[in-house]
Design a protein around this ligand. Sequence first.
Ligand code: ADP
Length: 275
Amino acid sequence: MIQFFHVSKHYPGGQTALDDVTFSVLRGEFAFLTGPSGAGKTTLLRLIYRGEVPTSGRILVNGRNVSSLPRNKIPYLRRTLGVVFQNFRLIDRKTVFENVSYLPRILGADRTEQRRAALEALGRVGLAHRLSAFPPQLSGGEQQRVAIARAVVLQPEILIADEPTGNLDPDLSWEIVRLFLEINLRGTTVILATHDRATIERVGGRVLTLDGGRLERDVAVSGTTPPDLSAMAEAAGAVEPAEVAGGDEPSVAADADGEADELGHQGDQGPEATS
Ligand code: ADP
């Protein structure tokens, strides 16, 4: 569960990215986050995984105050969160398998377990047959699917996506959005930032709208052509959320050097230029 209480974020130089934002996203929910460029979407997502700290207000992720987490606890938080970005952030010189199994590997999984986890995650996105390809050999849609597999390889409780379809054409975008819906049906909480109105109108559901850093709307809308959830549930092998979500404590050991950040959080220096 994600809770924001009167959260504001002012960047040095006086830029206000978020202004008194309060909302909750419950465990197992799927929520769109939308608003024009510069509205504060990326900042809000970065605050969830401690890519930034708020100037004021409180943020709880699974009951823990994210802003007051000591540095050495941040990797634990991030292991309960998967993050997907617009520009994929795959490591081009590593194979699909190496990209997806990176996190299990640095957390000490043996080769068999790395392979099992990577195959499971890549199977979910339909790319289990591309283990030895390098990202530049894949299409944009495929690269984003690999990035999603990497984000879910440890079965995170929460999946955050920042304009994940921003670089893709409409048909591919829809396939990617369907994957997020399937992952949500397995019990993962999903927050997907997009300014693609067509996708939001098609899917419907919870929509948080930011404008100028303020949460202007928090509504549930009905979709025009909502996806066939029962077929998707079958494809996803859906289970009850309680069966998927782990406890509060991550079950994996911390990496000493914080290398986990290279996955998903690598190069995380600021907002996407196009977001
Ligand atoms: P969105 O994702 O909706 O496009 P952002 O969260 O990226 O919005 O940005 C919100 C506002 O904060 C913008 O005005 C942006 O210029 C500013 N901003 C974002 N990141 C930084 C930063 N690191 N330093 C200064 N200003 C920033």
